[in-house]
Every structure is written in C-alpha cells, then in structure tokens.
Design a protein around this ligand. Sequence first.
Ligand SMILES: [Zn+2]
Length: 252
Amino acid sequence: MAENWEPVEVTRAEGRGPVVLVCEHASRDFPQPWGDLGLSPEAAESHAAWDIGALDVSRALAALLDSPLVSACASRLVYDLNRPLEADDAIPVQSEIYEVPGNAGLSPQERALRHRALHDPFHDRLAEVLDSRQRDALVTIHSFTPVYRGKRREVELGFLYHEDSRMAEAALEVEQAKGSYRAALNEPYAASDGVTYTLRKHGEARGLPSLMIEIRNDLIDTEARARDMAVHLMPALAAAIAAVAEDRQAAE
Ligand SMILES: [Zn+2]
C-alpha cells in the first residue's frame, strides 16, 4: 500500500450544516496491495466498480449545505463499505455481468484483512465525525445503472430508508410535487436487499434520522450534471431535514 494512502476522506469536517453526508461507493481506485483484482479495463471503470457521479453530487451537496462529507477512496469491489463482513457481496466474486477474479477463493483470513483495512477505518472515522456533533441526520448518496441485467430501469431517483421512513417520505413528497424526475420510495433497492447497512449502523443505532438517495447515473455522468442534480435535490433535502427537526422539537 502506498505510504500515505488513506481508505477514507473527510471534507468539511467542521461544517456546520444539518446533516453528515456519506459516499461509500465514491471511488474507482484499486490501491495496492489489492490492485485491479484482475478486472478488465471496462469492468474497472464501470458502475460495478463505483457509483458513477455520486461523489460529485456529494461534494456539491456538502458545499451547498456546509456539511461534512465522509467518502471512500477504494473501489467497492475491493470491499463494499455498505456491507458487513458476513454479507457475500461485501467482497463480490461476480458483480452483475463482470467476474472479479481477485475476489475468488479468498480465505476467511483474507476477507477479515480487507475488512480491517477498509471497512473499519471508514466506519470508525464516520462514527468520530458523528460523535463530534449534535442533533444531526445522516444522508448517504448513491447512483445506479440505467440498465441492469439487460432490463431498463424507469425510476430516476430513489429515497430509501431502513426503518425510520420520515426523511425519505418528506423528500419524496417534494420530488413528486415537482415532477421533474420519476421518483419512488425504496427503489431500485430496499432495506431487504441489504443496502441499508450504513443507515442501520450509524443512523438507527444512535437514534439519528437517516436517508439514502439513489440517483440514476445517466443523470449525473458529468461534474456539471452532478452539480445541477445537487441543486435540484436541495428542496427535497430541506423538507427531509425539516420533517425530523419538527419531530425533535415536538419531543422536547
Ligand atoms: Zn452505491
């Protein structure tokens, strides 16, 4: 591993905005000692390796909200930071149409090593950022491919939750009223697909409201489009934040 390589990047750590942003699938880097896992160049640049555009949207939102952003620095094919070690797809041998040769036949020790090298520092750092603040909400930013296993996906924006649906429902209401994109709750994935690990681990475990946003990646495939999407999402996010702030005030 390069001497100064870090598995996690935190920007605007001191930001005073109302949420902490997380981007677990931000990177298509394949750091040593794992390298490119024997992937074809096409696979290593594809949506299988990372969430195309998600980091650009996250950075733009962090600036708009003045919020901290915790993002990954290695491809999710090395270790998927939104999965626990016991999930088969934490270190996938096959990702949609691509085989991942470097992940085949790993011993439990090799899996545990990647978990320690990538998962632990990322989630420890996120916990530190959350611990240093009060009364936050957690928002994770993801993107998905327009065509999955040969099937076209119609949904363009998904608002996902683990158990606490307040932020997702408030965001969806604003988005549907605007009508610019086809938006839905818990699409194209839901908690039952195992995609809400970060929300559960850091949100619900500490009583923080949380929201996962999934954006179809053809809408954010340039930095300019990603920035436009961040601006577009601000009213929905503001409504999500307001929904939980009202509940909190009512409880006090
Ligand atoms: Zn993702």
